[in-house]
Ligand binder design. Structure first.
Ligand code: SF4
Length: 384
């Protein structure tokens, strides 16, 4: 998910329709009883996708998950879904093959050298989600059946890039590849297997130079990732926030469950991270964010050789994302008041609304001190 404006990645409060709720306890546990798993109601399969070996594996997973409404198309065009309701679209998975232009790795500062797609769209219902402004059309989730072709294209850019490759601060990460720019890949994992395949590919492929896969998630279903041959080449970040922000997130795992999942991954040898996003100056924000950082520290306490990073992303919106968010969540309490924000120009000149300089300075200063105090081993990658 990520121009950091985008990482990250529904009062439709956290409880949408086709997901299984996670436990709510903050207590660390080796195996959460019920991780959040999304199961689509309707699946559309293009002809080319049905012919791909990975596509067939996805179909087997969907069958095991009990999905009955699977519609095989005679060609590769998806039907016109313009009139699909928000709810119907969010329950629809389209199994497709990637266009050459979609597969091409794209620079994605400040997160990573390159982004690449294993899917587009997310079943979560986060009212602030950046996808509202970056993906067009109804919010279905497209899963790429030709994943091996997508992964094969990454070899072309190993050793190139300007965010980590060759830089003094982050060069040791190698060439970095962000997989969560347009989806939350863990949300889909139990019906796709795409994330496991990607992690294993990064861990075992003979790369021309050092590489790292990165993804960030608001989900907690990590059981199947623990024993993968990740080779230390995948950094998983938990996307986390405080209660007054979490109430805008529906369908996702609760924050304590995300942190517990991150602890399990760290103990399985994965480099890990926190994506604190979107940061909002909610009531009593110092105490709330302080408690969040303390919880993260408790979950990661005692992890041998802990490799931890932190990324901090303040809330922002664009005219387009605001329009879509208000269309999807007309009763949202999200702060989308342009008059209380500063106007900035993002990449390609796009307008975005961010907190004013004084608010940003206060937040940033506090986080710098609190992170040094609560998570002294963490490397802060960026603030935006
Ligand atoms: S988990 Fe939420 S913020 Fe992340 S991509 Fe999904 S809907 Fe967007």
């Amino acid at each position: 998910m990520v121009d950091a404006a985008q990482v990250v990645g529904p009062g439709v409060p956290a409880a949408p329709t086709s997901t299984t709720p996670a436990r709510t306890s903050a207590a660390p546990a080796d195996r959460p009883a019920r991780p959040v798993r999304w199961t689509p109601r309707t699946v559309l399969v293009t002809a080319s996708a049905a012919a791909e070996p990975h596509g067939r594996q996805v179909l087997q997973r969907l069958e095991r998950a009990g999905v009955e409404d699977v519609r095989f198309l005679s060609g590769d065009r998806l039907p016109n879904l313009r009139d699909a309701s928000y709810g119907d679209a969010k329950r629809t998975l389209a199994l497709v093959t990637s266009a050459a232009s979609t597969r091409k790795p794209v620079p994605i500062p400040p997160s990573a050298d390159w982004s690449f797609p294993i899917a587009q769209g997310c079943p979560g219902h986060c009212q602030y989600c950046y996808l509202a402004g970056s993906l067009s059309g109804p919010p279905i989730t497209r899963v790429y059946a030709d994943l091996p072709r997508v992964l094969a294209g990454l070899d072309d850019v190993v050793g190139a890039g300007s965010v980590t490759t060759g830089t003094a601060a982050r060069g040791h990460e190698g060439t970095t590849f962000e997989a969560s720019c347009y989806t939350d890949p863990l949300a889909l994992e139990h019906v796709t297997g795409s994330l496991s395949a990607t992690i294993s590919h990064f861990g075992t492929h003979d790369w021309a130079g050092p590489v790292q896969l990165r993804f960030t998630t608001k989900y907690d279903d990590v059981e199947d990732l623990l024993a993968l041959p990740h080779g230390g080449r995948t950094r998983v970040r938990a996307s986390v926030g405080v209660r007054d922000v979490e109430r805008f997130e529906g369908g996702t795992a609760r924050v304590p469950a995300r942190l517990a999942a991150l602890g399990r991954l760290a103990r399985a040898g994965y480099p890990v991270g926190l994506t604190i996003a979107p940061i909002m100056p909610v009531d009593d924000w110092r105490a709330e964010y302080g408690a969040l950082l303390a919880s993260a520290a408790a979950e990661l306490d005692g992890v041998p050789g802990l490799d931890l990073t932190v990324e901090c992303i303040t809330h922002r919106f664009t005219p387009k994302s605001k329009d879509v968010q208000l269309d999807w969540y007309p009763r949202t309490k999200l702060d989308l008041d342009e008059s209380a924000r500063s106007r900035k120009h993002g990449r390609f000149g796009a307008v975005k609304y961010v907190y004013d300089a004084a608010t940003t300075r206060e937040l940033r200063g506090w986080f710098e001190d609190a992170l040094a105090r609560e998570l002294p081993a963490a490397r802060v990658l960026y603030w935006t």
